[in-house]
Design a protein around this ligand. Structure first.
Ligand code: C2E
Ligand code: CA
Ligand code: CA
Ligand code: CA
Length: 279
């Protein structure tokens, strides 16, 4: 497109208006979706590199709208965070995911965790430890089977408040993972202060392995750092055997990605309990 000229403004204006209009529509429809039960959870297996066993599942929101079709969480989560409805959605997600995990447990599956994404808004807009406690009691899920994935944007809030909430969650027995590690408002100092069990390497770093030396150096550094703090590492967005082999050589424990499975509905996800070949 032409970088300047009077027409350009009109174009961007119209595009911006369309974006605002769509956000508004999504905002309105999201409330309805939550009430009508139109939100779903898909589950993506997390695989232990050394054995090929499934050690967990990440719960990921899916939304199929009657007329707008599938709307990506990458699009509607930011809208939900803006409006605050992410708090109610987050409650639904935790209840639903924990109920699913409890059902798998009741069917005899063992040694897996269910990972749930926690929005930074859930740290200020609600009593997160209270929610966790309620969900654990309601479902009977053993606490160590629930993992909360938090992001580095937590660092935007008061460290004292954040720490207190994380410690309250930990004392309930759940696991904590730092999601998208290395992409955010990174402050290495919180690594030693936050009671984290695991670091998740963002797919942005995994994507260009084994071509990009810089991304490989970052990945190597993250694994080493996590291990020196006694944390385990899970890499997301693993799509190729070359990526898997690189991560295996670094001692990365677990992986998640299309190489093994996309996020799928619960009944399909359950077939993953049979395990995977790790090549
Ligand atoms: P995320 O937490 O970083 O989730 C990983 C994303 O990577 C997911 O996108 C997943 O489908 C995708 N992915 C997994 N493996 C691969 C792979 O091998 N290759 C590629 N290219 N992509 C892969 P998804 O499901 O579209 O979710 C996008 C984001 O939306 C999530 O990023 C998370 O930030 C947010 N989100 C999803 N569900 C929830 C939720 O229940 N609560 C909150 N607060 N956020 C959620
Ligand atoms: Ca995540
Ligand atoms: Ca992630
Ligand atoms: Ca991500």
């Amino acid at each position: 497109a032409k970088p300047d000229g009077p027409g350009t403004y009109v174009y961007f204006d119209a595009a911006m208006n369309r974006r605002v209009a769509r956000s508004l529509l999504i905002h309105n429809e999201l409330h309805r979706a939550l009430e009508n039960g139109d939100l779903q959870l898909f589950y993506q297996p997390q695989v232990r590199i050394s054995t090929g066993e499934v050690v967990g599942f990440e719960a990921l929101l899916r939304w199929q709208h009657a007329t707008m079709g599938w709307i990506s969480p990458a699009e509607f989560i930011p809208v939900a965070e803006q409006s605050g409805i992410i708090v109610q959605i987050g409650e639904w997600v935790m209840h639903t995911a924990a109920r699913q995990a409890a059902q798998w447990l009741a069917r005899g599956h063992r040694n897996f965790r269910i990972a749930v994404n926690i929005s930074v808004r859930q740290f200020v807009g609600q009593d997160l430890p209270q929610l966790v406690d309620t969900v654990l009691k309601e479902t009977g899920l053993p606490p160590h089977m629930l993992e909360l994935e938090v992001t580095e944007s937590l660092a935007l809030h008061s460290v004292a408040t954040t720490l207190a909430i994380l410690h309250d969650c930990k004392s309930l027995g759940v696991k904590l993972a730092m999601d998208d590690f290395g992409t955010g408002y990174s402050s290495l100092s919180y690594l030693k202060r936050y009671p984290l069990d695991a670091l998740k390497i963002d797919q942005a770093f995994v994507r260009n392995i084994p071509q990009d030396q810089g991304d490989m150096a970052i990945t190597r550094a993250i694994v080493a750092m996590a291990h020196s703090f006694g944390m385990s590492v899970i890499a997301e967005g693993v799509e190729t055997i070359a990526q898997l082999e690189f991560l295996r050589a670094l001692g990365c424990e677990d992986v998640q990605g299309y190489l093994f499975s996309k996020p799928v509905p619960a009944d399909q996800a359950a077939t993953a309990f049979a395990g995977f070949a790790t090549y």
